[in-house]
Design a protein around this ligand. Structure first.
Ligand code: AMP
Ligand code: ZN
Length: 134
């Protein structure tokens, strides 16, 4: 538990939240600033600032819970699709430094914006990146 971390307090129930799911290790809540109806956050009870700090075992369980709640949201709200979004670092749009997964139900013709402008994979970039994994 990190002092002054709002998601540590929410995950452990010290601050009330609209909870959709809870077990020993996770809490899933409704986002207070939803992008769409049903926007929820999967939050581990242990503090990890981001994906890079998250223990493997917690990372694995997080996706199973995300799948379970996403399924209930999509069916229950009759959504047409659903985005799973996870931001790491301010440059990537992270505003709360406690790992969380966004579940964002999508509806035909909604105005949610999780798009980017596609670029072109250049040869130099491709080589630079492939070199990192050789
Ligand atoms: P991110 O930008 O990925 O760090 O996402 C943080 C998310 O947490 C945003 O979508 C906020 O609307 C949401 N949020 C911040 N504080 C609270 C809170 N107290 N309860 C519920 N959601 C929150
Ligand atoms: Zn925390």
């Amino acid at each position: 538990m990190e002092e002054n971390c709002i998601f540590c307090k929410i995950a452990r129930g010290e601050i009330p939240s609209a909870t959709l799911y809870e077990d020993e290790e996770f809490r899933v809540i409704l986002d207070l600033g939803p992008a769409s109806k049903g926007h929820a956050l999967v939050i581990p009870k242990i503090h990890a600032a981001n994906l890079f700090e998250l223990p493997d075992e917690t990372a694995a369980k997080a996706l199973v819970i995300a799948k379970k709640v996403a399924t209930q949201l999509k069916e229950g709200l009759q959504a047409d699709g659903l985005n799973v979004v996870q931001n790491n670092g301010a440059a990537a749009g992270q505003t709360v430094d406690h790992f969380h997964i966004h579940l964002i139900p999508r509806y035909e013709n909604d105005t949610v914006n999780v798009k980017w402008v596609p670029g072109t994979l250049g040869e130099a970039d491709k080589e630079d990146i492939l070199k990192l994994f050789r």
